[in-house]
Design a protein around this ligand. Structure first.
Ligand code: FMN
Length: 397
């Protein structure tokens, strides 16, 4: 952490007092801490306290009188290695989510390319409020780290979720942030989403895959330090931050892109629900309604997963098997016939698999005991799955 430039943003909440201790801990670890306070934060703690503890001037105003200071504001945004907002008020979280820049701290957040982490602190009803949760989800989508809140006694004499993490906990998270990550520099190629196989210019065959599991894995891998390329069929999902996304439509296009990108890939994860068959012919014009029946002739699409597993220098190859029945049996068959290193089986159905935000996974590998990840949010499962994959790779050498 030595010599890391950390901007500590303090907003208007009771927990602002904890940030004095955080400042002390960071300075003790030889970080260069620059504190920016909102106007309302100064109702709770004085700039003088933070100036003394950080050993640096505290920034409180957007429009400083002296020119040198004004320029420094921009320099602050540029030089930061990490921006931590602690406490992050409900108001500030909303401003960040909507990209407002009406004071120094929100302007710096908008102007910086440094990673941002927020430690929310508020009354439990404010935290549970749908709009706060929506804002948090939007910040998460943009790759902003959300640290906490914790449950416990709140300043408003209530008990619940909304307490800011302790200064020592935030300090540990900052420390972890700067230490090397489990998949640092590893090249990972992931496929996600459905494919669309055109029947004519306006119709196609597809499936119910939402892409959520693949996107969650892409994000978890990126957060674990990997260089991630995501080849995605059509979805409505936002591009995970710092992930190279290549959009494709059909199985054929997905196959071409995978073969193009596979060189230097250490891990290939196939979560896409690729169509097994496509119309043998794509009509040039819209097919007209004619007789009582219409017979479609279908032909096989390329088997992307098997093609990767057949490569002479194949990456660690992981398939996903979405099944409605005989989940384990079908997954084992796929693991063996396609010569995969690992397969992740999941049942699709009510509140599971396709379209759902939650899932449960069964991980099967060659010569290793099976691992069950029980019902949880796909984002959580993705993190656990990536840890398992990273450990496998490490032991494989
Ligand atoms: C005593 C007191 C305690 C407060 N504590 C919090 C809090 O913990 N979290 C929060 O989001 N807002 C809290 N507020 C409300 C914020 O201070 C208010 O929304 C303010 O506009 C936030 O400004 P800022 O985000 O620009 O710092 C508190 C207000 C008062 C009067």
């Amino acid at each position: 952490m030595q010599n890391k430039n950390i901007i500590l943003g303090i907003t208007g909440g009771i927990a602002a007092y904890k940030s004095a201790e955080l400042t002390r801990l960071l300075r003790h670890a030889d970080c260069n801490v620059r504190v920016i306070m909102t106007q309302n934060a100064q109702e709770f703690i004085t700039p003088l306290t933070l100036q003394t503890l950080s050993g640096n001037q505290v920034y409180t105003k957007m429009f400083a009188q002296d020119l040198e200071l004004n320029i420094k504001h921009i320099a602050l945004a540029r030089s930061a290695d990490l921006v931590v907002i602690a406490p992050a008020s409900a108001n500030f979280i909303a401003k960040l989510a909507y990209g407002l820049a009406d004071d120094l701290l929100s302007t710096v957040c908008l102007a910086t390319t440094a990673p941002i982490a927020i430690a929310p602190a508020m009354n439990k009803i404010m935290w549970q409020n749908t709009i706060t949760q929506k804002n948090i989800a939007s910040l998460q989508d943009r790759g902003i780290n959300i640290w906490g809140p914790a449950a416990g006694d709140l300043a408003c004499n209530e008990i619940g979720l909304g307490r800011m993490l302790e200064a020592t906990e935030i300090f540990s998270l900052i420390k972890n942030f700067f230490t090397s990550k489990i998949l640092q520099g590893v090249n990972i190629l992931i496929t996600a989403g459905p494919t669309q196989e055109a029947l004519d210019p306006v119709r196609f065959l597809t499936n119910k895959s939402s892409g959520k599991m693949g996107y969650a894995i892409a994000r978890a891998a990126e957060q674990a330090g990997a260089n991630v390329t995501l080849i995605s069929g059509p979805t409505s999902l936002l591009n995970p931050p710092n992930v190279k996304r290549i959009g494709v439509i059909s199985a054929e296009e997905m196959y071409s892109q995978v073969i193009k990108q596979i060189k230097n890939t250490a891990i290939f994860i196939s979560t896409a629900a690729v169509a097994d068959y496509r119309p043998a012919k794509t009509a040039k014009q819209k097919i007209k309604k004619t007789g009582e029946e219409l017979t479609l002739e279908l032909q096989k699409t390329p088997d992307i997963l098997a093609a990767v597993a057949r490569l002479p220098k194949k990456p660690f190859t992981i398939g996903f098997a979405a099944e409605t029945e005989n989940v384990k049996k079908n997954a084992i068959k796929k693991l063996q016939t396609k010569n995969l290193d690992m397969i992740v089986a999941n049942k699709v159905g009510k509140n599971l698999g396709f379209e759902s935000d939650n899932n449960e996974l069964l991980i099967l590998s060659k010569n290793a005991p099976e691992i069950k990840l029980s019902y949880a949010a796909k984002t959580q499962l993705a993190k656990e799955f990536i840890t398992i994959v990273a450990n496998k790779i490490k032991h494989k050498g």
